[in-house]
Design a protein around this ligand. Structure first.
Ligand SMILES: [Mn+2]
Length: 359
């Protein structure tokens, strides 16, 4: 497996190169995923201060050893007890400091303002704009995370049986993914069956699966910090004609939209491809969410593939394709794959069966 370390200095250099355009002399990186992206360090209390020339990594005693060993070329600064990141920033006399406005709280902003004498401006999406295109290391992590998801699907299909509860199914998926090398979950597992499957993000309950149910499982794990995300809907025992028909529409919408993923397309084009098929079949109002989203260190990141998603797809972007149809009081169906945009089209990272499985 490739190592992340060789990519870190280039990522830091790219972030530094964007500071001038913000109208700032330095940027304070506080969003944990952005800190990880640039430094390789995962920590709950770690900040980066970058200027066009310098880079500092600020953390406390608990993480100082990893900070000292960082391979990103950042200078470690230990935050002594009683001393905060705001004290350090205050002592640096930065005329204009850019902050990650969507990642900080009002309390953070107030404290920063009490110590920092200069102006504050927005870092906009300085690091997110870099993260949107994945490098080879990140692609490998995403492939590996999705592979664990695929293995979990095979595993669950082998043990699903009438009478299992949604909670038991979710737990089996989670336990299996952890045993298969995942560090944790990328989000709370969704396992909903029967009438409950019409809730796109329903929580697993004590409901037992029974013949005639659809069971939708939407789950993901983290591998080296990178998230996987996939959804499959399977049938238990038997299916009605209506269930078969709806499944087929979603299956077709998902496959067609997936095949539409290619560089130069807008994210909204992917959404429209899926939505047009579902609308044409008369279920437009039962598909009330976007078709997909980017995935990386965060489970939901850019690009957003909904009707207004105006990001132009580029090679290296990762995007889910996950249309669904939800009929309240009856059932719901969603199918989701994660795809990487390539030079010529797409590479699908989830390989689990998508034709209707009846267990
Ligand atoms: Mn998703």
């Amino acid at each position: 497996m490739i190592n992340a370390e060789q990519y870190l200095p280039a990522r830091v250099a790219a972030a530094k190169a964007g500071i001038d355009a913000l109208g700032a002399g330095a940027v304070l990186i506080s969003k944990p995923e952005n800190v990880t992206y640039l430094s390789g360090i995962r920590s709950s209390n770690c900040y980066l201060i970058l200027t066009p020339e310098e880079g500092y990594i600020l953390t406390d005693f608990r993480y100082i050893e990893v900070a000292e060993n960082n391979r990103a070329g950042l200078t470690p600064v230990q935050l002594e007890q009683g001393k905060s990141v705001f004290d350090v920033v205050g002592s640096m006399n930065i005329p204009v400091l850019a902050v990650e406005e969507e990642a900080i709280t009002y309390g953070f902003f107030k404290e920063l303002g009490s110590k920092h004498q200069g102006q504050i401006c927005s870092a906009s999406h300085l690091v997110e704009d870099l993260r949107i295109v994945k490098d080879e290391y990140e692609k490998e992590c995403l492939r590996k995370a999705e592979e664990i998801g695929d293995l979990a699907f095979t595993h669950i299909c082998g043990i699903l049986k009438e009478g299992m509860t949604e909670k038991e199914i979710a737990l089996e998926l989670e336990f299996f993914m952890r045993k298969s090398g995942a560090e944790g979950l990328s989000f709370e597992t969704i396992a909903v069956s029967g009438v409950r499957s019409s809730m796109p993000h329903g929580e697993p309950s004590d409901k037992r699966i029974e013949p005639g149910d659809f069971l939708t499982m939407d789950y993901g794990c983290k591998y080296r910090g990178y998230c996987s995300d996939m959804t499959r809907t399977v049938a238990i025992g038997k299916v009605s004609e209506e269930m078969k028909r709806i499944y087929d529409i979603v299956r077709r919408a998902q496959q067609t939209a997936l095949e539409a993923v290619s560089p130069g397309k807008k994210a909204s084009d992917i959404d429209r491809t899926a939505r047009d098929i579902i609308k044409y079949e008369g279920y437009g109002k039962h598909f009330g969410h976007g078709t997909g989203h980017g995935v990386g260190l965060e489970i939901h990141e850019a690009p957003t593939a909904n009707p207004t998603g105006n990001t132009v797809l580029k090679p290296g972007m990762a995007v889910t394709v996950e249309p669904g149809i939800y009929l309240p009081g009856k059932f719901g169906v969603r199918i989701e794959d994660l795809a990487l945009v390539t030079e010529t089209g797409y590479e699908v990272l989830s390989h689990s069966e998508k034709d209707l499985i009846i267990i």
